[in-house]
Ligand binder design. Structure first.
Ligand code: S3P
Length: 439
């Protein structure tokens, strides 16, 4: 249990957030499947990414850890070894779903599982396309839940249309096709994060993406004989981690934050657009575009007038932007309580199947702090101008909930206690130390 008291002192703080979680997972996976050694700089050493590392070590991949970088000794597209034990993805959906694609195409069988949360998360969304590719994959106890039993098979190509915009589903299919040496395409209703496509390109894979007028997108992979290490992967700072500090600066009068080296890939940076729609001014300094684009982000406190509202005076966040800020919605919901208007967040039903049911858990905890919030099937309705008060927060072991409410606590009256605060180690192990430094 951690106790947070509101801050009445305007802070000025400069920080670097740890490496991007999505890019860190993929850096291990692609480096392992490539020929040659890859040095990964800025790798996120959080519980989720360490799960991916342990799984690949379990399949014979030699990964050296030195100060500040990893060296992954690639085994080539066909070099993974049968794991001696069950592969444990811990709390990580990305590890589970992306690895399932790789495992489905291996010449060996495997068992893949994770913690209690992972064993509740929907796996039908990857079991269905993999099965359609000829894979032998099923849930051990329930047909569409982990633990997953995967018997490696010869897979064939597929043109899959996914009902949800999910980078994990898309990447699972692309990785299965890559390892099987077949063509495949994945069409999704809105473009989800494209780190897999970018990294595949950097390793010499053949991938193209087409985006259509209605916002849907197709990624297509064609077979390649081998992946070749680009030598170095430089992981940018995680915008999902930066989000807590950017929002903290917008909740405490007089505050200013500079977050250095943040990944601002357009398929991830939806929060910047939403903060601007709320009236924030975010300066992007030292922007670079190669590989994963990145910039230093500076925000100064200002009263958020939310000028960009609909005819009813409501700030609506929904549609195509949702996949680009899906992990930031708990933080955005907290910030919305401070706007001078009502906010409607919709088209975000995916929040129900994250590390926790984030629609239910955000609603429960914001109510405890005195906010007016209603859960809907696919989002929230949040009343503005809330006077938040301290409360006992139950994050349901969900890292993003714990961190979002730590920021809420900074602007609340009285003390807030967050139970099970160690869950931040899933994506941001130094979070509490950084917050303490800020205060
Ligand atoms: C991720 C994709 C997203 C995101 C998750 C990481 C990834 O999940 O919420 O935190 O690295 O591909 P979905 O693919 O389920 O939308």
């Amino acid at each position: 249990m951690i106790t947070i008291r509101p801050t009445h002192h305007p802070f000025r703080h400069e920080l670097t957030v740890p490496g991007d979680k999505s890019v860190s997972h993929r850096s291990i996976m692609f480096s392992a499947l490539a020929e040659g050694d890859t040095r990964v700089r800025g790798f996120l050493r959080s519980a989720d990414c360490l799960s991916t590392m342990a799984c690949f070590r379990g399949m014979g991949v030699d990964i050296e850890e030195t100060d500040g970088e990893l060296i992954v000794h690639g085994r080539g597209l066909h070099g993974l070894q049968a794991p001696a034990d069950t592969l444990d993805a811990g709390n990580s959906g990305t590890t589970t779903r992306l690895m399932a694609g790789i495992l489905a195409a291996q010449p060996f069988s495997s068992r893949l599982t994770g913690d209690a949360s992972i064993q509740k998360r929907p796996m039908g969304r990857i079991i269905r396309p993999l099965t359609a590719m000829g894979a032998d994959i099923r849930g051990e106890k329930e047909p569409e839940l982990a633990p997953l039993l995967i018997k490696g098979s010869a897979l064939h190509g597929i043109d899959w249309t996914s009902p949800v915009a999910s980078a994990q589903v898309k990447s699972c299919i692309l990785l299965a096709a890559l390892c099987a040496g077949t063509e495949a395409s994945v069409t999704e209703p809105t473009l989800s994060r494209d780190h897999t496509e970018r990294m595949l390109g950097a390793f010499g894979g053949k991938i193209s993406t087409e985006q259509y007028a209605d916002g849907s997108a197709t990624a297509r992979i064609t077979p390649c004989d081998r992946l070749v290490s680009p030598g170095v992967i430089d992981v940018p700072g995680d915008i999902s981690s930066a989000a807590y500090f950017l929002c903290a600066a917008l909740m405490v009068p007089g505050a200013e934050i500079l977050v250095r080296n943040v990944g601002i890939n357009p398929t991830r940076a939806g929060i910047l657009e939403v903060l601007r729609r709320m009236g924030a001014v975010i300066e992007e300094e030292n922007r670079t575009e190669s590989g994963e684009p990145r910039a230093d982000l500076r925000v100064r406190y200002r009263e958020l007038a939310a000028p960009d509202r609909d005819a009813n005076g409501v700030l609506v966040i929904g549609g195509e932007i949702i996949p680009a800020l899906i992990d930031e919605l708990p933080m955005i919901a907290v910030l919305a309580t401070q706007l001078p208007c009502r906010t409607v967040i919709r088209d975000a039903a995916e929040l129900r199947v994250k590390e926790s049911d984030r629609i239910a858990v955000v609603t429960e905890n914001l109510r405890r702090m005195g906010a007016g919030i209603t859960a809907t099937g696919d989002g929230f309705i949040i009343e503005g101008r809330a006077h938040l008060h301290g409360a006992e927060i139950d994050p349901h072991a969900d890292h993003r909930i714990a961190m979002s409410f730590a920021v809420a606590a900074l602007a609340a009256e009285g003390e807030t206690r967050i139970d099970g605060e160690e869950c931040v180690s899933i994506s941001y192990p130094e979070f509490w130390r950084e917050l303490e430094r800020l205060l």
